[in-house]
Ligand binder design. Structure first.
Ligand code: GAL
Ligand code: MG
Length: 990
């Protein structure tokens, strides 16, 4: 019954009117650009009748029983069909333009009440329907359209009558467009954005395009081109400033108008100044905002308003765990607020046009945008085994697809062309290159010559590439994903054969615990003029919230829906959890992108402005504090920071002569002004410097009553004045600590080489498991006990072994127990040569659960690693043990504290202090065991161990971003073959 448009590459839109700029008209008496309380808009959101069909063949209009579904929504969020999460692989067989016969289908129905049909025209708009839709009014076919994330508009004037009309929309899950919508996301269907009828006069302004120029004498021209369907409609154009003070007013029946603005206030993401423009025609007013700004590339440098800018970006999807693709304005605003608060100034709308209002909010709040077309054909490369990039050509270089691809580009550019925030048009993602994209690029330039064309996927078949003739001329900026630091610097930024600006549309894959090294990528952004910025992959974890268990939200990901194929938890790779709680990776990004850098050289501090347009005086002041051993000894404020963009000034700070202990100075950058998204007084970033002049001397109390030692067959028992310890001869470690009846340890301390793999360990972990790091046992040799000053020493040589493997480590261990009860453990470790680097090396103590309070001196307050501690600083911190677990939805190693010097766990009665005379260490403390974190698939399934699990590591390897990025940099791996680890364990009663 449905015409087969959905499997026909030559039919993309039937009876839609041409694409135009997004705007919302209104009536003269009540001027608005909103969809509610607007006489020009009949918003059709709300409950619709709904009928779901498992396959389109079953579809019929002839039904008596309907369900109800909210519009906008995805039907999978309302119990129909099922979710699927697939990344590269298509959810359907590759057989374009055909899609499976079992093609789920939804019939939506509601009534629309029309009045004054005679004096108006009526336009039905859909801002987003996945994947295609057929529209019927009063049983007549109105039209068809596809492209899920773009607007379709139908002139329904001739289909309606005054009074009630029946509107029906048939939505199919798959169409030929599915082959171009293979974005890495949860696959969902239905009408997921606003639907409305615009009630417009018979003659109206159909479209307009606004461009802005700035001339050297400080005037700007706002150049307007209009499309009034050649009606010579009289249009009054008013330009007003941000306070609605009119700057210019003119009337014209022509379709071009230039407005001169003297001393314009320019738009930038740092100062998003907007003018108001209104177009008044006889019975209608369109109101919009204008940002005056220019975009240019000069000498490989991207410039806004003639100044070099850096994009500190993230990739954003319209994605929410409880509403699917439905992005409310409140939710979008909350996302933008969080981004601003974390120093993000740019968004790539991966990989499709986001909800249209997002761009207006970006104009208003100040974000630069890479606006991407709804195109990804990644699955072409996996249509045959093995995956092969040459296969991209099946679509990218196939003229049959040109119209479909160009249509998507037109829909993108036409809709968003008036948004000042849009700096780049992106031709899509991961689809390869060929004739279709060449046409698309040309078409963009015809439509808009003011913006930069971006497209990362400059991929052509190897044989073509070898010819060296393809120059990708329609692309203005060279883009890449997930490079290693050295490749990025030497081969990409440093490529002498390329003179286009460089950008990373994706880097720092933020999956799970990570990403590492953000600050070093940022160093390169600042170092090279031709490298204009980088966008973290990605903003949010994609999941579906399905309920609650054990007091936690149950978030489901790929595979939890019984689907095939699926890509597991690869969809949870955001900087924020699904509920928008920041991951520690977002905190890292915030400080990597801080507005200023502080340098410390020869006893002097300097501040460098990292912004592109704003004097530091206008945005922040400094609060500084010097702490010695965690106590404040000096502090102050620096208010006068007259530092222009990219410039550096010395800071007026006189340091007292300091000696002894751990001395650190920390500068907090505090925002001065209340802005719509950032409160005055917020910390925008910080820097810390170590001013210590000497290594801190750790306490190791040795004096106490006499020790009684019983060297038994399996154990050595050591009794002191207020404690009994036991050394386990097979475990090669202490297995019992009793403080006058308070047993705080009753399991042997273990030598530990393993961590619960992080997402970023997904490749390294194979070697770790093959090398047996997760299943080690100690094997002890001859144990001797000797007396030392104020104590006894147990000398225990041992090996770390694993079944069928040669010994992993040989360790000379000495456990010295002092009369005071303090224990010193010294381990001389030799690791086997031919094995992988170690995730960590350390001791694990299963302490009594009552030791649930932790204070420590190290990097904090949150988790940090050798390559992920830009957002942490050294200080004395205090926390309850359960709060030191970072609750990744997919459980993994978390909560480590890099470069620590002191840890103290306390209960009501006892305490255990950890320090070291010779080395700093990493530690984590958690209610969960490594095995529990390694084996459970969801955080809501985690069970507490009943212990306080303390891991003290000689070193913990870094986290990196290898889940979809370079291998962990060698310098962050624990690959030492010979090292000495020393730690003091000091249990006492309180
Ligand atoms: C990129 C792709 C993204 C996402 C990411 C991995 O290749 O463009 O859409 O799939 O990898 O999370
Ligand atoms: Mg992809």
């Amino acid at each position: 019954m449905l015409r087969n448009y959905y499997q026909d590459l030559n039919v993309l839109n039937v009876n839609t009117i041409p694409n135009r700029a997004y705007y919302i008209p209104s009536k003269p008496g009540n001027i608005s650009d909103q969809k509610t309380n607007n006489d020009s808009v009949m918003l059709l959101n709300g409950d619709w009748k709904f009928k779901f069909y498992k396959k389109v063949q079953d579809f019929t209009f002839d039904i008596d029983q309907y369900d109800t579904i909210p519009v906008p929504s995805n039907w999978q969020m309302h119990g129909y069909d099922a979710h699927q999460y697939t990344n590269v692989r298509y959810p359907i067989p590759y057989n374009p333009p055909y899609v499976p016969k079992e093609n789920p289908c939804g019939l939506y129905e509601r009534t629309i009440s029309i009045k004054d049909k005679e004096s108006n025209r009526f336009f039905l708009n859909f801002e987003g329907v996945d994947s295609c839709h057929y529209v019927y009014i009063n049983d007549q076919f109105v039209g068809y359209s596809q492209v899920s994330h773009s607007t379709s508009e139908f002139d329904i004037t001739n289909f309606i009558q005054n009074g009630d009309n029946k509107l029906q929309v048939v939505v199919l899950k798959w169409c030929d467009g599915t082959y171009l919508e293979d974005q890495d996301k949860l696959r969902m269907s239905g009408i997921f954005r606003d639907v409305y009828v615009l009630v417009r006069p018979k003659e109206f302004l159909f479209d307009y395009q606004i461009k802005t120029n700035i001339t050297s004498d400080n005037t700007a021209t706002v150049c307007i081109t209009m499309n009034d369907h050649e009606t010579k409609l009289q249009k009054k154009i008013i330009l007003a400033d941000t306070n609605h003070t009119i700057i210019s007013e003119l009337s014209t029946s022509e379709c071009k108008a230039d407005i001169i603005v003297n001393n314009p206030i320019l738009w930038t993401a740092e100062s998003p100044y907007l003018y108001y423009i209104t177009f008044e025609t006889e019975n209608e007013v369109i109101t919009d905002t204008v940002g005056i700004r220019t975009i240019a590339i000069e000498n490989s440098i991207v410039k806004v308003n003639g100044k070099q800018v850096k994009f500190k970006g993230v990739n954003r999807h319209d994605s929410y765990c409880d509403t699917g693709y439905v992005a409310s304005l409140e939710r979008i605003t909350a996302d933008l607020k969080l981004m601003k608060q974390h120093n993000i100034n740019a968004i790539r709308t991966s990989h499709y046009p986001n909800r249209p209002e997002l761009y207006k909010l970006c104009d208003q709040y100040g974000f630069y945008v890479i606006d991407e077309a709804d195109i990804e054909a990644h699955g072409t490369i996996t249509m045959a085994n093995p995956a092969n990039h040459d296969l991209y050509a099946d679509i990218a270089n196939n003229p049959k697809w040109t119209n479909a691809i160009v249509d998507r580009i037109e829909k993108l550019v036409q809709r968003d062309k008036n948004r000042p925030c849009v700096i780049f048009w992106s031709l899509g993602n991961e689809s390869g290159y060929g004739c279709c994209f060449r046409e698309a690029g040309k078409r963009v330039k015809e439509m808009d010559d003011t913006r930069i064309v971006h497209y990362e996927s400059m991929v052509i078949p190897e044989a073509e590439k070898a010819k060296g003739t393809e120059k990708f001329e329609v692309i203005d900026v060279v883009s890449h994903m997930y490079p290693s630091l050295s490749w990025l610097e030497n081969d990409f930024i440093g490529n002498p054969n390329e003179n286009r600006p460089r950008i990373l549309c994706e880097f720092a894959h933020a999956m799970g615990n990570g990403p590492g090294d953000l600050n070093r990528y940022y160093d390169l952004i600042y170092k090279y003029d031709n490298f204009c910025g980088a966008f973290v992959w990605e903003w949010c974890d994609h999941t579906v919230l399905v309920g609650e268990k054990n007091g936690k939200s149950m978030y489901h990901y790929g595979g939890d829906f019984g689907e095939f194929p699926h890509d597991g938890n690869f969809c949870m790779d955001g900087l924020v959890y699904p509920d928008r709680k920041p991951h520690t990776g977002l905190l890292e990004l915030k400080n990597a992108a801080r507005p200023a850098h502080i340098h410390y050289k020869n006893g002097k501090f300097q501040i460098e402005n990292k912004l592109d347009f704003t004097n530091l005086n206008d945005i922040l002041y400094l609060q500084w504090t010097i702490k010695q051993n965690g106590n404040v000894i000096q502090s102050g404020e620096i208010r006068a920071l007259d530092v222009n963009p990219h410039e550096t000034t010395e800071l007026p700070i006189e340091l007292q002569q300091l000696s002894g202990g751990r001395v650190y100075i920390k500068f907090d950058m505090i925002s001065i002004n209340e802005t719509p998204l950032v409160e005055a007084g917020s910390v925008l970033g910080f820097e810390q410097f170590d001013l210590s002049t000497e290594e801190y001397q750790q306490d190791l109390p040795t004096i106490g009553g006499k020790l009684f030692v019983d060297d038994g067959k399996t154990h050595i028992t050591i009794k002191g004045e207020s404690f009994t310890y036991r050394f386990n001869k097979d475990a090669g470690s202490i297995d019992y600590i009793d403080l006058l009846g308070n047993i705080i340890l009753n399991k042997s301390i273990e030598f530990n080489l393993y961590r619960a793999p992080t997402d970023n360990d997904m490749y390294s972990k194979k070697a770790w498991i093959e090398d047996g790091f997760n299943r080690t046992n100690p094997y002890t040799y001859d144990i001797t006990v000797s007396e030392v000053e104020n104590g006894i020493a147990i000398h225990c040589p041992l090996s770390i072994q694993a079944v069928y493997l040669a010994n992993l480590c040989e360790i000379e261990s000495v456990w010295t127990v002092y009369n005071s009860g303090a224990i010193n453990v010294t381990l001389d470790v030799k690791a086997r040569d031919n094995m992988s680097y170690l995730p960590r090396f350390g001791l694990q103590l299963m302490l009594d659960e009552s030791l649930s309070n932790c204070s420590f001196f190290g990097y904090g307050p949150h988790e940090c690693y050798v390559d992920k501690h830009t957002s942490t600083y050294k200080d004395m911190f205090q926390s309850a043990v359960p709060n030191m677990h970072e609750d990744y939805i997919f459980p993994q190693e978390n909560g480590s504290h890099y470069d620590s010097e002191y840890v103290c766990l306390t209960s009501d009665k006892a305490k255990v202090e950890i320090n070291s005379c010779n080395n700093h260490f990493s530690f984590n403390v958690s209610p969960y065991t490594i095995e529990e974190l390694a084996n459970k698939t969801h955080n809501y399934l985690l069970e507490k161990s009943g212990y306080t699990v303390l891991n003290i590591d000689y070193k913990m390897s870094g986290v990196g971003s290898n889940s979809c990025g370079p291998e962990l940099e060698p310098e962050y791996r624990l690959s030492e073959k010979k090292f000495k680890f020393e730690v003091n364990i000091i249990p006492t009663l309180k």
